[in-house]
Design a protein around this ligand. Structure first.
Ligand code: SAM
Length: 301
């Protein structure tokens, strides 16, 4: 089975404006689809660092001396780069979320298709599983999670239901969770509903929003002036953060002004409107359907 088919490959490569001797970071290495293409454009002095927090990605690392795979979370980008001797880089690529491999590996618990432990950690050696989160969170926390990460109108009722039932039913597998949420599924929309519930857990378990915010904030220090930030999001909450950060250097609100009323924006948007996969790509690769690509350039300091 293919590990992962890279999404919007051509646009990402173009967006990075690769310089043969530049230093680049692919913060979501996965199957290495984007990284492989980046390496093709680099010369002998060029460097590429790939990050992935899932140890399975290690199997896709290249035996190329210009390439280093960092097994770590991109929320610590700046520290890792320093560890590898790089203060600044020429481009950062982030293709957020999970890979097809992760969805297709039953025991990781990401997919509704398989009965498996309710885990959902991309990095299996750290953090709480989805089951622990479900058992230990308050009703208010679960409600917030379903509302923000799953955009579920019934977030409050669903949270109450789970809190009332969890002690007896102990939903420690994907199928047990499915059974528990079944009363909320409208006929014909069972899959969409369950997918949103699973997505909510996945985003919370992996602290995906916190990691993205940390990545964006650190990219300001890590990118050289003229360096490119290229991010593919798959969820409106992620895309909103990326869009706002590129526009204003903040996650919400207007750009900050100095004493003289001037604004110093860290980025210049290269894409006014986000790039989406063509219909042909969406047909060929179902998982590209919700992809939204934004590209920005680091301004002068
Ligand atoms: C959509 S896939 C990337 C696929 C890749 N672009 C390719 O072409 O094969 C996302 C990958 O990023 C990793 N990932 C997600 N969040 C991460 C984080 N905060 N730190 C490090 N890796 C992360 C996942 O483990 C997964 O392998």
């Amino acid at each position: 089975m293919t590990y992962h088919t890279p999404v919007l490959l051509h646009d990402c490569i173009q967006g990075l404006e690769l310089k043969p001797n530049g230093v680049y970071v692919d913060v979501t290495f996965g199957g290495g689809g984007h990284s492989r293409e980046i390496l093709k454009h680099l010369g002998a002095q060029g460097k590429l660092l790939g990050f992935d927090q899932d140890p399975d990605a290690q199997a896709n690392a290249f035996g190329d001396e210009r390439f280093t795979l960092v097994r770590g979370n991109f929320r610590f980008l700046k520290n890792f780069l320093r560890m590898y001797g790089h203060q600044q880089v020429d481009g950062i690529l982030g293709d957020l979320g999970v890979s097809s491999h992760q969805f297709d590996t039953a025991e990781k618990g990401f997919s509704l298709r398989f009965d498996a432990p309710l885990d959902m950690r991309m990095n299996p050696s750290g953090g709480k599983t989805a089951y622990a989160l479900l058992m230990e969170s308050s009703e208010a926390q679960l409600k917030e999670m379903f509302r923000n990460y799953g955009e579920l109108p019934e977030a409050g009722r669903l949270a109450r239901h789970l809190v009332n039932a969890r002690a007896d039913r102990k939903p420690d597998t994907t199928f047990k969770l499915m059974e528990l949420i079944r009363p909320f599924m409208k006929r014909g929309q069972e899959h969409q509903f369950a997918a949103r519930v699973f997505q909510s857990f996945r985003i919370a378990v992996n602290e995906e929003i916190e990691a993205l915010k940390a990545l964006l904030e650190q990219s300001v220090d890590v990118l050289r002036p003229g360096g490119r930030l290229v991010i593919i999001s798959y969820h409106s909450l992620e895309d909103r953060l990326v869009k706002n950060f590129i526009r204003s250097g903040k996650f919400e609100g207007e750009p900050e002004k100095d004493l003289f009323g001037r604004t110093h924006l860290p980025f210049r948007a290269i894409t006014r409107k986000p790039i989406r996969p063509t219909e042909a790509e969406q047909l060929e690769n179902n998982r590209s359907r919700s992809a939204v690509l934004r590209i920005a350039e680091r301004t002068e300091k």
